[in-house]
Write a protein that binds this ligand. Structure first.
Ligand code: PBG
Length: 333
């Protein structure tokens, strides 16, 4: 039979005509369970500081963080990720404070696990909040970030965090071999339940700027960059090699970071490895969406949800995002 030329053979718009049909055929969706909420922790009591470059984000002392943790549970957000703001007097070239069992992070982890046991707690394994130079590792006389000596400190830091009861450690430093070293040490210490989320494909990105303000490492870092250990933004195959190494070394979950500019990497990682794959919508991504929304140039809630949904579509199983609470509230209606 001849189809009359003016009529399309197929009309994809049929499935877009009304909200209930769009709901029926939607391939990817967001849920509060997709989110990990990164927070900045201050020492002391009743302390609350706005982060100028991240509107809506605050550094909080533990007492003010506890209600936030409770709200996460109420909203169905499964994990919170802790980032410390370390007093400058405690920063040293080797970042030794990172392994102090009585340091800020171990104390906060113990309190959160005691008061809000239903919330998963993740901690960053990296030295940059603790070093006087703001790098994620120790330096040699040429200011090169030394790999193996750094890994030895990271292992102590991870053991300290795991000993405090953290549910998942997340090495974000990009030293070679650190996942294997941390996994071996955890096993040897009998800490067999501590999960590792590897920042596997972490790029040397300019989108981390506001985060470095938030933890107070920006001034220490100065004009230095992290290109001798974080990945080159021009590389894609290398991300797969990094992920393969981290899986072989004992990572439970892997991560791509930053997020929006690296959706291609998320997709390749998910397709190749079929691992629980996470993505970090980093501080600079948050800042640019917030800034445009504050100027009235973009619709805040709409771009927030669209950006988060894009991660799911790219293959991510979960998203670290400063929008976690806002988005979960919206999803809960
Ligand atoms: C520390 C760390 C960084 C981020 C997470 N962990 C900064 C960096 O590597 O310089 C960035 C997160 C963000 O920008 O939101 N190693």
């Amino acid at each position: 039979m001849q189809i009359p030329a003016p009529y399309p053979l197929s009309r994809p718009r049929r499935l877009r005509r009304d909200a209930f049909t769009r709901d029926l055929v939607r391939e990817h969706r967001l849920s509060p369970a997709d989110f990990i909420y990164p927070v900045f922790v201050l020492d002391g009591h009743q302390r609350r500081e706005a982060v100028a470059s991240m509107p809506g984000v605050e550094r909080l002392s533990l007492d003010l963080l506890l209600p936030v943790a409770e709200e996460c549970v109420a909203l169905g957000i499964p994990y919170m990720a802790l980032f410390p703001v370390i007093d400058p007097s405690l920063k040293t070239p080797d970042g030794a404070e990172a392994a102090n069992p009585e340091g800020l992070i171990p104390r906060v982890v113990r309190a959160l696990k005691q008061h809000v046991p239903g919330l998963g707690i993740m901690t960053d394994v990296a030295l940059d909040p603790y070093t006087s130079h703001g790098q994620d590792g120790v330096l040699d006389e040429n200011h090169y970030i030394v790999n193996d000596a750094t890994v030895a400190i990271l292992v102590k830091q991870a053991l300290t965090q795991a000993g405090a009861g953290v549910d998942m450690v997340a090495p974000s430093d990009m030293m070679d071999g650190r996942i294997g070293a941390i996994r071996q040490a955890l096993e040897a210490a009998g800490l067999v339940h501590t999960r590792i989320m590897a920042y596997s494909a972490k790029y040397a990105s300019a989108f981390y700027g506001p985060f470095r303000d938030a933890v107070g490492s920006a001034a220490n870092l100065g004009k230095a960059d992290k290109k001798v250990y974080q990945m080159d933004p021009g590389n894609s195959d290398e991300a797969l090699r990094e992920v393969a190494l981290d899986i072989a070394e004992g990572a439970d979950t892997v991560m791509v970071k930053p997020g929006m500019p690296y959706l291609d990497i998320v997709r390749r990682v998910k397709d190749d490895f079929h691992m629980p794959t996470f993505v970090y919508q980093v501080s600079g991504e948050y800042a640019m969406l917030k800034a445009a929304a504050q100027n009235g140039w973009l619709d805040h809630d709409a771009v927030m949800m669209e950006s988060l949904l894009a991660f799911k579509r790219a293959g991510a199983d979960g998203i670290l995002t400063y929008f976690a609470r806002d988005a979960a509230r919206l999803l809960r209606g």
